[in-house]
Design a protein around this ligand. Structure first.
Ligand code: MN
Length: 129
């Protein structure tokens, strides 16, 4: 079985650090991107198994990142999970209408976060069996 990889698109250093730690703790490989353009570039290059997507990003916001990834036939099947904060509520309708697969709320609850990303990865693998 090939290594499972997770692309984290997040500009906040502390959030990136925590998400990376939790994803690696779950046994998955991490690819980091700190802005929207870099996120799209790395998604296209590495075709990760899951994308964790912040909404407030420099250069291009997360909604635009999701729109472009879902429009591209090479990346449209990669599940996208939006990671969002209480302080800056997301438009959940918009998230799902763009084809995103779910969302996780900040502040991140470590145990819940791990179980959520595992579920998204398992579900995606089942869908492709
Ligand atoms: Mn951000």
């Amino acid at each position: 079985m090939s290594e499972v990889s997770v692309l984290i698109i997040e500009d906040n250093v502390q959030n990136m650090y925590l998400e990376r730690y939790l994803v690696e703790h779950s046994g998955y490989k991490v690819i980091e991107a700190r802005d929207g353009f870099d996120g799209i570039k790395k998604a296209t290059k590495f075709l990760p198994d899951l994308i964790l997507l912040d909404i407030q990003l420099p250069l291009m916001d997360g909604y635009e990142v999701a729109r472009q990834l879902k429009e591209n036939e090479n990346t449209c099947n990669i599940p996208i999970v939006v990671v969002t904060s209480y302080a800056m509520p997301i438009d959940k309708k918009k998230v799902f209408s763009l084809g995103c697969n779910g969302y996780i709320e900040k502040p991140i609850d470590s145990k819940l976060f791990i179980s959520q990303i595992q579920q998204f990865i398992l579900k995606n693998n089942q869908d492709h069996d």
